[in-house]
Design a protein around this ligand. Structure first.
Ligand code: 8YV
Length: 331
């Protein structure tokens, strides 16, 4: 039998996943669960056969140039792979995989939660009773928000998560619009009664709610630029469960401060976990709901992500192409 591969895992994973990894691999686990320093990450790259990083590990070309000869697989614990320079990895003969599908539904659910939270003032309302704030009792004009059903939702990025958001939003009575590099298949479009917008600018100008569901790539960095954010209606809401970098966050803050946008529900931030204090102030004013990157944070999902990582590693061990290979983007 072949020697077990040396698998370095950068973060604490759910117990059942770690147990299984211990059985199958020479697993080097991070039991403390603190992000690795760049030096520790380089050390892992130098010694591992397989690296299991997460969104908190930056594997750019400089880091990857220090990888050792044994490293053949980076099995990312996560769907988004903007933390990894895929091109640089492939140039060094390293295969990269991710964990698609298993977090689609959870992320779409959280997108719906944020979509409701801002217009319906959920976060504001939910803190009144636990904090002992005054509740004068029911009144016809107290805590009024805006309805979301009957409104137009524009989805930026109609992949797996975007489509799952569309399904949910359709059931909530929103009309579905989307911008994507190309239209989805006619059957899905018909089922969702969805309208394709070739022009992101035109879609932004007409929607009541925008949901960002595309990956962060060189092509989508600041896709929602200052100019584009200004195209949105002043009564529109913006939800982002994808990556902070897709939106020009400084411009978004300005739009919220000057009321050229009604509100934002954000699960991801540019430069997270650091948060711009201006966003916190906007949240206190009820113009933003901020979540600490919880979109896919379910116990079930995390275990399934771990199972995907394990399947990718085992398939690679057997000499086959892992099912969730991510190929370099031709942008
Ligand atoms: C994960 C995410 O928790 O999968 C993603 O793309 O953003 C998160 O939901 C994270 O990536 C884990 O690496």
């Amino acid at each position: 039998t072949k020697a077990k591969p040396h698998v370095v895992v950068t973060r604490k994973l759910p117990d059942p996943v770690e147990t299984r990894m211990r059985e199958l691999f020479r697993a080097d686990l991070n039991l403390e669960d603190r992000p690795l320093s760049q030096a520790e990450l380089v050390e892992a790259l130098r010694t591992a056969d397989v690296l299991v990083p997460t969104v908190t590990d930056r594997l750019d070309a400089a880091a990857l140039s220090q990888s050792g000869p044994n490293l053949k697989l980076i099995a990312n614990f996560g769907n988004g792979i903007d933390n990894i320079d895929i091109g640089a990895a492939y140039e060094r003969g390293i295969t990269v995989t991710n964990t698609p599908n298993v977090l689609t539904g959870d992320t779409a659910d959280m997108t719906m939660a944020l979509m409701l939270a801002v217009p319906r003032r959920l976060a504001e309302g939910a803190q009144i009773l636990p904090n002992g704030l005054s509740w004068p009792g029911w009144s016809p004009t107290w805590m009024l928000g805006h309805r979301i059903w009957g409104k137009r939702l524009g989805i930026v990025g109609m992949g797996r998560i975007g489509t799952a958001v569309a399904r949910r939003a359709q059931a909530f009575g929103l009309s579905i619009h989307y911008h994507n590099r190309r239209p989805v298949d006619p059957k899905t479009e018909e089922e969702l009664e969805a309208t394709y917008w070739d022009s992101l600018d035109q879609m932004l100008a007409r929607m009541d709610i925008i949901s960002v569901n595309c990956p962060h790539t060189p092509a989508t960095f600041h896709l929602l630029s200052r100019r584009r954010l200004k195209l949105m209606r002043p009564d529109a809401y913006l939800v982002n469960t994808a990556r902070g970098e897709v939106i020009d966050e400084a411009a978004l803050i300005e739009c919220l401060e000057t009321n050229s946008l009604a509100g934002a529900g954000l699960d991801v931030f540019e430069g997270e976990p650091a948060i711009d204090p201006k966003l916190i102030k906007l949240a206190q004013e009820g113009k933003a709901v901020l979540l600490p990157h919880m979109g896919s944070a379910t116990i079930e999902g995390r275990i399934e992500m771990g199972e995907k990582v394990i399947i990718n590693i085992r398939t690679w061990m057997d000499g086959h192409k892992p099912p969730d290979r991510v190929l370099p983007l031709s942008v």
